[in-house]
Every structure is written in structure tokens, then in C-alpha cells.
Write a protein that binds this ligand. Structure first.
Ligand code: ZN
Ligand code: ZN
Length: 596
């Protein structure tokens, strides 16, 4: 119970690999420096250390100016002031200035001919239908066909007569002088999160300033000439005045409420909102009709105005920011992940061809520790005609010789072990040879053959039977029945590895194997050992020698396999008294190797 509790109270941390390279080290610092610079720049540029709030605003406007209109025959030199040209409706956050007008005076309820093109041309009364009307009519048809002018006849209508005759607005615009009107825009804003209130008429603006200021030389002046607004929107007032249009007055508040750099000023900009190519569209500009009514001798009369004008929509945007420690912490936290880019980049770099294969392999061996699934038994196979090691899955059915490799590994020399074994063996042969009087095999050093094989021995295997089909060297015996034992020393046909003098020297030499056995068990009683089955131990030492020779340091978590011909040769040198062998056991092979 307590040990389980203890296991909960543990801290795990990552194990790191430090590559001591000046190049990579300076690259790391350079990249980290660049990332830090980028983070700082973004911090200052986006003011990521601030919390923000959006503006809440209200707008009022006041237009000023007077203009004289004269339209011969209809209007004679009438002065229009703000009441006349502002139109009848005041919308929220916008103001309207009439710039052009079509006036139809003294209209009365009655019957009069419709005007073309809205009016339907006719020849006789049958062309007109009583009570009919359409979108362009000024009234309901009476069913009569009457003369509208000298040339034409049109259907008569019941309407406000005379009907509005003119279709196209006058050119130039009657109120083109509205260009010189001025508008005072009052804008109160508030940032609720900071409880901050301000208006665009700044505290330092007094009455005298407001009377004299001009947008041309003071961008903060809240009084605008309409001509300037239209010009800054990229339009010409005189052209726009003819048919009217819509212009946006944008006020942008970009406020910094930090204590020492406090700044909160409006910025004005203008642009046209409606279709710019208004002359080409079907219903260009902006116009509406209104009428003023009067009673003349008890009869109601009206003057009809079709007003063209420019509507100015005031739009207020803005945000304010103020330093917030929490925002700063969140920003810093969110940027830490950028430093992983350095790792990703350098890891990628040391895997590319900028480095030699050896260096790359070295890095990857230090960095990556492969762990094979323990359920699977991975075997390492070395062929004498290949200079790499194959890793194969153990198969119960397929002959090991033919199993396809799952990966290929480079041979890794186990230099230390070789030197050590060499030293032990060297000392032993020089000093300890003499007392062994009853040695069954007097081994003169240069002699390659142990005396137990009287015939010429490079073919030590089962010379009796033919080699099986999977064997390429001709020395593998038919005793290898299990598929995982069916492995030859080579892939392509050729001489067997056991025929090499090195095999003799390194794998089967008795003096060497005894030295190794003694090295493992320094106080081994040799006489007692010889009475017991000394062969099993020497065989195991032989297998270990073969594996160390052919595999060096075997790849991690794999079981190196000795080919059938070598096993047969070692067994022949050191036979079991009862002729029984334990056979291939991967785990045992690995364990014996660990001991050696
Ligand atoms: Zn073979
Ligand atoms: Zn062989």
C-alpha cells in the first residue's frame, strides 16, 4: 500500500541528449534570438500586453450655410437655408444636404394629360383604359385621350395637376453652392471597460478656435466643409451634386490609455458608399420627393419637390487598450511554443545530408532508443557475403534463411571485448599450458585443426547427407528441422564461413574457449569441470564468440542467430556425451551473450 502511495509521489522528467557542437549551439542561440526578437516586436506592435475595449458612441451634426437658387420660370432667386436644404427627415448618425431639385409648383387635384415617357401615347379614347395605372403613372387614367402638347396625345389622368414634367435633374446642380456649407460633427465616445469618456471637441478647443479652424491645416478640426469631405472621398462635388449620393464620414478612435503614453484622438476619413459609376446604373444617385401644402382661396395646392442630395453617414469605430498583467502573462505563455521551432529545425537539420551518415547515425542512436514489442521476437542475422546485419521477425513456418528483413543495421565493432578476450587468452596460453598433461587435444598454436577431426576439416558438417535446399555453403546439416534453425552462413552460393582460418582461431579453439570460461568463473575448478559436461559450457562460449565476431554489438532487443553450419561445427568440436542438444533458444543465446 505504502509503496503504491510512494509511486504516486514521483516526478518524471525528460532525459535530454546534449550534442556538443559549436555550430549547432550557435545556430540554436541565433534561432532563439530571432524568435525572441519576433516575439518582442509582435508584443510592441500589436500591444499584446493590453486589454482592449470597443467604443460606444453618439453623434450629432449641425450643418450651416445658405445658398441662392434660381430656376427661370419656376423659382426666381430664392434663398435656401439649412431648414430648406436639410430635407424633412433627420436620420440617426447622418445628415442630408439637398444639392439639386425639380420643383413643380401649384399642383391641384384635377384631370390633366400624362407626360411621356411615363404617359401612354394614344390616338383615340379606346387606347386608354379607365382606372388603369402603372409604376410610372402620376395618376389614374380617366379613359380619355387628350392632347399633351402640340404633337402628341396621351391618356388623361386624375392626379395632382399639372403632373411633374421633368425627369432628368438640372445640370449643373441648382445647389452646387452647397459645396461651401460646413458641418459640425459632435461625437461623444465612451469605453465602458475603462470608464473613459471623451468627445471629438477636445478640451483645448475654444470658441475662437472652432470658428477659425480648417481641416486643410488641422486634421482634428471637427468642422468640415462639405466640398472637402467629398474631395477627400475621391469625388467631385459639382458632379455628385447633380444626382446625389451617399458618403461615409468615418471617425476612428485608436486610443492608448497607458499612463505615460496616453493618447486618444479621433481620425477622420471619408469615402463614397453608393455605386461610384452612378451614371451607368439604372437608378443613380439619391433622391426623394416631398411637398409643401398651402390653401389658396379654399382650394388645397401644393408645391412638389423632387430633391437630389448627398447623405453623409457618420460611422464611429475604435478601440482602447490599457496595460494588463494578465494579458501579458497570457501572451508570454502563448509564445513559448515558438521555441520548439528551433528544436524541430535542428532535429531536421541533423537528419539531412548536411551531416555524414556516421554522424547522423550517431545522433539518432543517442537520441532514439528503439524498444521492440516484446511479443515479437526479433532475430539478427548476419550473412558472410553481406556487410550488414538483417533484423527479421521470427517465423514458426518459414525457413529463417528466406524470411524478408524488416530492417537493416550496420555492423558495430565491439572492440573492447575483443581486446580483453585476446589478452586473457594470450596470458593463459603462455603460462598455463604446461600443467594440463591430460589435455585431450594438444593444441600447438599454429595448428588450425583440433585433433578430434582426423580428416581434413573444412567440411566438418554432416558430410554424410546432401545439403538442404536453403543452404548456400554446402555445410549445413539436415539436423536443423525447425524453420527458425534453418539458416546458412551465406546468402549466395560459395565457401562456408567455417572453412575460414579465422573461424578456427576465434570460435572453436579450445584454449580460447577455456580462457573465456575461466574469465567468467575465475575460480573454476578445472578438474571438476572436466569430469562434468564441459562441452555444454564450451559450446556456449563458442556460440558467444561467433556472435561477437559476426555481430559485434548486436542491435538492441534482438537475438543474434548462429547459422546451422556453425552450430554443427561447434557441436562436432565439443559434442554432448548423450548426443542431446538444447537447440535454438533465442533467450538463452542472448543471456549467454550477456554473461560473456
Ligand atoms: Zn549452409
Ligand atoms: Zn556455412
Amino acid at each position: 500500500m505504502s509503496s503504491r502511495l510512494l509511486s504516486c509521489c514521483q516526478y518524471e522528467t525528460n532525459k535530454l541528449v546534449r550534442i556538443e557542437s559549436i555550430r549547432l549551439g550557435s545556430l540554436k542561440w541565433t534561432l532563439n534570438g530571432v524568435i525572441l526578437m519576433f516575439i518582442c516586436m509582435m508584443l510592441l506592435w500589436n500591444k499584446s500586453y493590453q486589454e482592449f475595449d470597443l467604443v460606444v458612441s453618439s453623434v450629432t451634426t449641425k450643418v450651416k450655410g445658405v445658398a441662392m437658387i434660381s430656376l427661370p420660370g419656376v423659382l426666381d432667386d430664392v434663398v435656401w437655408d439649412v431648414v430648406d436644404y436639410s430635407g424633412p427627415v433627420q436620420e440617426k448618425n447622418s445628415f442630408f444636404v439637398v444639392t439639386n431639385v425639380i420643383v413643380t409648383k401649384n399642383q391641384k387635384q384635377g384631370k390633366c394629360p400624362e407626360v411621356p415617357p411615363g404617359g401612354k401615347p394614344c390616338r383615340t379614347d379606346t387606347d386608354c383604359e379607365k382606372g388603369a395605372w402603372d409604376q410610372h403613372s402620376h395618376g389614374l387614367q380617366t379613359g380619355l385621350c387628350v392632347k399633351s402638347d402640340v404633337m402628341r396625345k396621351t391618356c388623361e389622368v386624375s392626379a395632382w395637376c399639372p403632373v411633374e414634367a421633368r425627369r432628368k435633374p438640372p445640370r449643373p446642380a441648382l445647389l452646387a453652392a452647397a459645396e461651401n456649407f460646413t458641418v459640425l460633427i459632435k461625437n461623444n465616445i465612451r469605453f465602458p471597460a475603462f470608464n473613459y469618456i471623451r468627445r471629438n471637441i477636445l478640451p483645448n478647443m475654444n470658441d475662437a478656435y472652432l470658428k477659425s479652424c480648417q481641416r486643410r491645416n488641422d486634421p482634428l478640426c471637427p468642422i468640415f466643409r462639405l466640398g472637402d469631405i467629398v474631395r477627400e472621398a475621391g469625388e467631385t462635388f459639382s458632379q455628385m451634386a447633380v444626382e446625389g449620393g451617399v458618403i461615409a464620414v468615418q471617425i476612428n478612435w485608436d486610443c492608448n490609455l497607458d499612463r505615460f503614453v496616453q493618447r486618444c484622438l479621433p481620425k477622420y476619413s471619408f469615402r463614397r458608399l453608393d455605386e461610384k459609376e452612378s451614371n451607368r446604373t439604372l437608378y443613380p444617385g439619391l433622391n426623394f420627393r416631398f411637398a409643401r401644402y398651402a390653401s389658396v382661396n379654399g382650394v388645397e395646392e401644393r408645391t412638389l419637390y423632387k430633391a437630389f442630395g448627398i447623405r453623409f453617414d457618420v460611422m464611429v469605430f475604435g478601440k482602447a487598450g490599457r496595460f494588463s498583467f494578465i494579458q501579458l502573462v497570457i501572451y508570454v505563455g502563448s509564445t513559448l511554443s515558438y521555441y520548439a521551432l528551433t528544436t524541430v529545425f535542428i532535429d531536421w537539420l541533423i537528419g539531412t545530408s548536411c551531416y555524414t551518415i556516421e554522424a547522423r547515425q550517431n545522433y539518432s542512436e543517442k537520441k532514439v532508443e528503439p524498444v521492440h514489442d516484446k511479443q515479437q521476437c526479433i532475430l539478427a542475422v548476419s550473412f558472410v557475403d553481406e556487410n550488414h546485419i538483417r533484423l527479421v521477425r521470427r517465423s514458426q513456418r518459414k525457413c529463417l534463411q528466406d524470411v524478408k528483413p524488416m530492417s537493416i543495421q550496420q555492423y558495430k565493432e565491439d572492440a573492447g571485448r575483443l581486446a580483453m578476450v585476446g589478452a586473457v587468452q594470450h596470458g593463459l596460453t603462455n603460462v598455463e599450458r604446461q600443467p594440463r598433461s591430460h589435455a585431450p587435444t594438444p593444441v600447438p598454436n599454429p595448428s588450425p585443426n583440433p585433433s578430434s577431426s582426423p580428416s581434413s576439416s573444412p567440411m566438418p558438417g554432416p558430410s554424410s547427407g546432401p545439403a538442404p535446399a536453403w543452404c548456400s555453403c554446402g555445410c549445413c546439416g539436415p539436423s536443423s528441422v525447425l524453420p527458425q534453425e534453418q539458416l546458412c552462413c551465406r546468402k549466395t552460393p560459395g565457401p562456408c564461413i567455417t572453412s575460414s582460418p579465422v573461424f578456427e582461431q576465434v570460435v572453436t579453439r579450445r584454449s580460447l574457449l577455456e580462457a573465456i570460461a575461466l574469465y567468467r568463473d575465475p575460480l573454476r575448478d578445472r578438474a571438476a569441470a572436466e569430469s562434468a559436461d564441459d562441452g555444454a559450457l564450451l559450446r556456449r562460449c563458442g556460440y558467444g564468440q561467433y556472435i561477437s565476431w559476426r555481430f559485434g554489438v548486436p542491435p538492441a532487443d534482438t537475438h543474434p542467430v548462429a547459422p546451422s553450419c556453425c552450430v554443427a561445427r561447434i557441436r562436432k568440436e565439443y559434442p554432448s556425451p548423450d548426443g542431446q542438444y538444447s537447440g535454438f533458444r533465442p533467450a538463452a543465446t542472448a543471456a549467454s551473450l550477456d554473461l560473456l
